[in-house]
Design a protein around this ligand. Sequence first.
Ligand code: SF4
Ligand code: SF4
Length: 254
Amino acid sequence: MNDLMGRIKDVARAMGITDVSVADASDWGTDPLVSSRIAVPGRPLSILPAAKSVVVIGVPLQKAILATAPSIYYKSLYDTVNILLDQAGERIALELGAEGFDAVYVPRDGYHGLAGLKMYQSAFFSHRHAAYLAGMGTFGINNAILTPDHGPRMRFTSIITSAELPSVGPMKREFCIKCRKCTKACPGEAIGDKPYPESVVRKERCLEVSAELAAKGISPCGRCIAVCPVGRDNSDPVPTDAAIAEIRKYVKNR
Ligand code: SF4
Ligand code: SF4
């Protein structure tokens, strides 16, 4: 299976994606944090009954662009990263299929945009919980996965497969330093002040902010992941205040 893992990584790397890890599909039912939050229909074994593994791929959101959020610049990055993840997910699923395994990717948008989120509160599959089980990071107070290199500035997608691939399990280390910068920065007062899952982001408040920004053409918000001090990328250069102010002027007139 090491050769197969190598080929999966090659497919991802050919698309510029270097963060690739694997979760054991049965862990959705045994890990207490995940099994308490993710109902049975949203688990890999419900989506692909032959599932043995979930390949999780991650793409960082550059700090320099996220520093401008909310903005047309960050919106464009967010949309582009989602497309890249979806395409890479399908490419990896096809590679696994060619090797004789069942494999399906799960799309980034598993909810139908803001309207769907308002109705369902979450996507039909949680890539964050998959990334946690694949050992890519641990949850922060902002409910995002905090990673060593990029803090919460990573987006993920998942490929569910019948291939039995080597997995490492969740990281033992907590990255969230409980500084609560995310809580203070949230314009919707949506973030609690306790670690996940004790505090869960109030989605309806986050959605209100997102809807206002969408009307201006600059959703998503992103402030709670922009301000997080966790991640080696915090030493990356960011645009000047003047450049950020200029970029933020570009909103739709309504
Ligand atoms: S901003 Fe601070 S409290 Fe919020 S997730 Fe990051 S480290 Fe944790
Ligand atoms: S995306 Fe914005 S509104 Fe939503 S929780 Fe984060 S900071 Fe708050």
